[in-house]
Design a protein around this ligand. Sequence first.
Ligand SMILES: Cc1cc2nc3c(=O)[nH]c(=O)nc-3n(C[C@H](O)[C@H](O)[C@H](O)COP(=O)(O)O)c2cc1C
Length: 362
Amino acid sequence: MDGKTLTIDDPKIAFEPLAADHFILLHKWIQEPHVWQWWGEGKSWTLDEITAKYNSYTLRYKIDRGIKKAIHPFIINFQGQPIGFIQFYNAFDFPRDDGFDVQEIWDRKNESLAALDFYIGEPAYIGKGLGSQVLRFFLQTQVFKQYDACLVDPEKNNKIALKTYSKAGFSTVKDLPSIIIMVARKIEQRKPIVIFGSSRSDGDTLQAIKAVIKDLSVPIIDLKNLNIAHYDYNYENKHDDFMAIAEKMVQHNPIILATPVYWYTMSALMKTFIDRWSDLLDTRKDIGRRLSHKELFVIACYETSLPRGFEDAFSQTCDYLDMQYKGCLYFYSGEDPELAKDNESSAKQFSDRIFYSKENLE
Ligand SMILES: Cc1cc2nc3c(=O)[nH]c(=O)nc-3n(C[C@H](O)[C@H](O)[C@H](O)COP(=O)(O)O)c2cc1C
C-alpha cells in the first residue's frame, strides 16, 4: 500500500525563527524602497540600530513601556532562500500609537486574537502572488496553533498589501482614516484525500488534481496501481486492496474523486471502485457508517464536451449514503485556448471550497 500512495507534501515555504545572524538580511531589506516605504519610519537604518531593535526578538520578547511582551519573529524561506520577514504577537499586548483600541472590534472574551506584520524583502520575489501563499501557510502552521483569529492593519494607500491580505482570507472589520483593520479567523482543519482513477497515472487528470491542491499536503490514491476487483456478490474478492483504501478514506474529509471523462461518464476504474462501496453496506458496515456526513467533491477532466448528467451518479450516491455532494470541477484538457483559459481560476475557486471554510472567504 505505502509505495502506492503519492503525497504532494513538500511545501516550498518554511519559517525559520529569527536569529542574530539574520540581522544583516533585515538591514539589507529595510533599505529596499518597497520595504522602507512602510517599515523605514522615515529614517536610514544602520546595522547597529537593526541589532538594537531586534536583539530581544531573537529571545522571543519585546519590551513595551517597560514590560516584556512575547513576540514570534521568523525569516520566510522560499525554496530554501530567505526572502522576507514575518512576526506575530498578541493583538492586545501593544497599545497603538494611533489611538485605535483593539477592544473596539474584539469583545469576544473567549476568543484570542493575534496580530501579524510581514514583508517580502527580496525584490525578485515581489509581485508574484507569493505573499498570500506565505500568509495562508503562516496562519495555518504558526498563528492558528495558538490563536483563534488574527488581525492586520495595512495602510489604506498600500493597495498591494490590502489585496494580498484579502487573498489570504482577511476581511475588513474597521475602516479608519489612514488604515484598514482586517481579521482572518481560524478554520476547522480540513483533511482531504484524493482518489484518482485514470488509465494513465501521469496524464491530464493528474494535472487537474495538481491545479487544485497545489503544494498542499494531500494523499493521492492512484487506483491504477491497485488491485481492486469488480463487485462480487459472494465477497470472494475481500482480500484485494479495496478495504485498505476504504479504511484510509474514512479517516479523511472531504473526499475528492478525480476521474477523466471516458464515454460521457466516469472512468471504469472509478466506477469499479464506487461499486465496491456496496461492501461497506454489508460486510463492513462499521466503515460504511463513517462515510455519512462526509463531503464529496469531484474533479472531472474532459476534452470534447461537457457530458450531460455526469454528476448524477455522484450526487445520488451521496444522497443514498447520507454524504454531502459539493460539486464538480470540469477541467478542460483539449487544445481550444478559449476553453482552457478558465482552468486555473476555476481550480483555484474549487480549491478554496475544499480547503477553506466559507466564513473565511466572505
Ligand atoms: C476511452 C476514452 C473515452 C473518452 N471519452 C470522452 C468523452 O466522452 N468526452 C470527452 O470530453 N472526452 C473524452 N475523452 C477524452 C478524455 O476525457 C481527455 O483526454 C482527458 O483529458 C484524459 O485524461 P487522462 O489523461 O487522465 O486519461 C475520452 C478519452 C478516452 C481515452
